[in-house]
Design a protein around this ligand. Structure first.
Ligand code: PEP
Length: 256
């Protein structure tokens, strides 16, 4: 089997202030031992306003915990009020950034072209994009989920080179399973994650497909993480709600 290190990424969304973030990371550091943190890559994705707090703890205590942001601007700098650039995130030591989350696609009307631009911007700053794709319920019920996800993937990776794609993390997040308590079955997750890898192999080569990590996201919890992670093409999880409860998150990260 290819050596893809499992990745557990916690998307805090618009939760936890500076004090809460501080406490949370300290709990995490106290609960996960070195072995656990080398077996599984643990990443937190706080709101922008908490990133400096997390950076200070991680750097100061040499914690083996990664961190990143939930979005970035596709623009380099200038008159884009309210936006945060890739350079700003790089300066804060972010290793990861979520791109194309369904909440951004839905509430901020992000389209595939913008998602593609953001993927390129992140890579340009040596930040790993966690590219989110996934279908809504009507598409799932029509049985068109694989075709839909492959088309989102193609668009998001448009005009990238194979060596760039090798650095991307893809997260399959069925919209009907996000924040709903409705988890996809391990078989549902495997079906789409395998289709994502097959498509990457077709367009960017088998070697690229063998190294790209494909995550599942959507109501992942401590009770269901192991069965999802047991699937061969699922290399990790992107977790929302259950990632801001320190005890639950520690259990998720200890899944093996
Ligand atoms: C997410 O927002 O990426 C997510 C998977 O959320 P939840 O775990 O709460 O469904």
């Amino acid at each position: 089997a290819p050596a893809r290190r499992p990745l557990m990424a916690g998307n805090w969304k618009m939760n936890l202030n500076h004090l809460e973030a501080n406490l949370f990371v300290q709990k995490l550091a106290a609960s996960l031992n070195e072995q656990q943190l080398s077996d599984v890559e643990v990443v937190v994705l706080p709101p922008y306003t908490d990133i400096r707090t997390v950076q200070t703890l991680v750097d100061g205590d040499k914690l083996m915990i990664g961190y990143g942001a939930q979005d970035l601007s596709p623009h380099a700098k200038g008159a884009y009020t309210g936006e945060i650039s890739g350079a700003m995130l790089a300066k804060l030591g972010c290793q990861y950034v979520v791109v194309g989350h369904s909440e951004r696609r839905q509430y901020h009307h992000e389209d595939d072209a913008l998602v593609n631009a953001k993927v390129k911007t992140a890579l340009g700053h040596e930040i790993t994009p966690i590219l989110c794709i996934g279908e809504g319920l009507p598409i799932r019920e029509a049985g068109e989920h694989v075709a839909h996800c492959v088309s989102q993937l193609d668009a998001a990776l448009d005009k990238l080179k194979a060596e760039q794609v090798a650095k991307v993390v893809v997260a399959y997040e069925p919209v009907w399973a996000i924040g709903t308590g409705k988890t996809a079955t391990p078989e549902d997750a495997q079906e789409v994650c395998a289709a994502i890898r097959a498509r990457i192999a077709e367009k960017f080569g088998a070697e690229t497909a063998a190294v790209v990590r494909v995550l599942y996201g959507g109501s992942v919890k401590a009770v269901n993480v192991a069965s999802i992670m047991a699937k061969p093409d699922v290399d990790g999880a992107l977790v929302g709600g259950a990632s801001i409860d320190a005890e639950e998150w520690v259990q998720i990260c200890r899944f093996p």
